[in-house]
Design a protein around this ligand. Structure first.
Ligand code: BG6
Length: 478
């Protein structure tokens, strides 16, 4: 069976920065299924060669030392361009004939919508009308980039519009966090080892912290960002995905629906918040200077930082708070999950004025990918005094070579028909169901205070105070 990946929005930034470099590196490593071709479509009037030339330059830039002339030549021989407007039926009918010509027989296809999200519905309708989505001619999958709607209502509408043309099993909603090696390693750590699961529950864990800190500011994305805010941009998708992977039960098999069934159960267990809980269980901030960014109104109330305390009301997690925080303009770029264990029942060694820290498992998603288990050990030659030390696993020390970009894994899975690492429609809707009421209160006169913060720190000072009120402390380590 041959494969075609059709990229709509071929002249866009995502295509040159992420998609083509990932496909090229897969091809260089001989990972692409045999007989895979790439067809780009956008309104720009390129010839095949002109597009290949453009892509060569950008791929050289984005793959750096990994770029090789010979492997590029092999790859580029399977790259084609077909100009057209994906919202025009005639152009898609023309594309269909072109694809049949280059495929020369039966082929599986992946349609990648790397376009503005406002075009999704029209594009999908035209894919249906032109016969490009006809599953009887071979598997036809569609890959969508976030945002999957703007709130629960629009997400439901988008899902039903997409499912009118593509069956759910063929809809691949990308959350690039799931393509990160270290996020997948969480599943391996939890379910390929037997020592963590017995202590992965309310009996041993005091709380969980999930931090996605970014040093960058909104830059030139002010127009988009001000409409979205940190909850839509990061929490509805990436942070809730990390929470699901941390909290889910073991699936019976590593099968797309079985994995996603377990993730969905986590979202179903998250306690919904009413207005008064939004005031106590959430914290919002905006970095000083945000209102001077291009595209941002001078009186913007949009959050660039948020912290939430969520409760997963199920047998395993009852009573264990999950603290989630994310922001732009923070101290450093770090994504980490911290499992904070309880204090030992009897503390034999601590001095009264210096309680010892309890165990912590720190899962570093990026940039220093690895896992540290922090344990108390005896300081030599100092009586029975103890100190926190770390059993430290780092990917870079155990494996040579760089970790692949998330898009390599996700594109390959989409080509091979494995949707395990893609979001399903019910997952997306449940996630909106958690985030929507928070945004609604934040936009009302009941909104908690918007705290301003200086960039370069860990968000507003109130965030540390809020944790202290709960008798806890953020793990602020880069
Ligand atoms: C994107 C957000 O989904 O994720 C961006 O829209 C954010 O605002 C980015 O910067 C973070 O991704 P990563 O992989 O750099 O952590």
């Amino acid at each position: 069976m041959s494969h075609t990946i059709v990229i709509f929005g071929a002249s866009g930034d995502l295509t040159s920065r992420k998609l083509i470099p990932a496909l090229y590196l897969l091809s260089k490593k001989k990972r692409l299924p045999e007989n895979t071709r790439i067809v780009g479509m956008s309104r720009t009037d390129f010839s095949h060669d002109a597009w290949r030339k453009e892509l060569k330059e950008s791929t050289q830039k984005f793959t750096g030392e990994k770029f090789e002339e010979a492997s590029w030549t092999d790859f580029a021989a399977n790259v084609y361009y077909h100009p057209g407007d994906l919202t025009k039926l005639d152009d898609l009918t023309g594309l269909k004939s072109f694809l049949e010509e280059v495929e020369g027989g039966e082929a599986e296809r992946v349609y990648y919508l790397s376009t503005a999200p406002r075009l999704y519905v029209e594009a999908i309708d035209q894919l249906g009308a032109s016969g490009l989505a006809n599953q009887e001619e071979g598997s036809r999958r569609i890959v969508l980039e976030k945002p999957f709607g703007y709130d629960l209502g629009t997400a439901k509408k988008l899902n039903s519009d997409v499912n009118r043309v593509f069956p759910e099993k063929n809809v691949y909603r990308i959350d690039h966090y799931l393509g990160k090696e270290t996020v997948q390693n969480m599943l391996v750590m939890r379910f390929a080892n037997s020592i963590f699961e017995p202590v992965w529950n309310r009996n041993y864990i005091d709380h969980v912290q999930i931090t996605v800190a970014e040093e960058v500011l909104v830059g030139r994305r002010g127009g988009y960002y001000d409409q979205a805010g940190v909850l839509r941009d990061m929490f509805q998708n990436h942070l809730l995905q990390l929470l699901m992977i941390t909290a889910m039960e073991a699936p019976v098999k590593f099968d797309a629906d079985m994995v996603r069934d377990e993730k969905v159960k986590v979202l179903q267990s998250i306690r919904p918040m009413d207005e008064s809980e939004v005031r106590t269980e959430t914290l919002r901030g905006q970095y000083a200077g945000y209102r001077n960014e291009e595209g941002v109104p001078k009186d913007s109330q949009t959050e660039t930082f948020a912290a939430l305390r969520l409760w997963v009301d199920n047998w395993r997690w009852n009573g264990v708070p999950f603290y989630l925080r994310s922001g732009k303009g923070m101290s450093c770029r770090t994504t980490q999950i911290v499992i904070q264990y309880r204090q030992p029942p009897l503390t034999l060694f601590n001095k009264k004025d210096r309680p010892i820290d309890s165990n912590r498992l720190v899962i570093q998603i990026q940039p220093a990918e690895g896992i540290q288990l922090q344990i108390q050990s005896k300081v030599p030659d100092e009586g029975m005094s103890t100190r926190m030390t770390s059993l430290d696993f780092r990917f870079c020390q155990q494996y040579s070579g760089e970790l692949p970009d998330a898009y390599q894994r996700l594109l390959l899975d989409a080509l091979q028909g494995d949707a395990s690492l893609f979001a399903r429609s019910d997952e997306v809707e449940l996630a909106w169901g958690i985030i929507d009421p928070i945004i609604k209160t934040w936009r009302s006169d009941k909104a908690p205070t918007l705290h301003l913060y200086e960039d370069g720190y860990w968000g507003p000072n109130e965030s540390a105070d809020w944790m202290a009120e709960h008798g806890r402390q953020w793990f602020d380590v880069c």
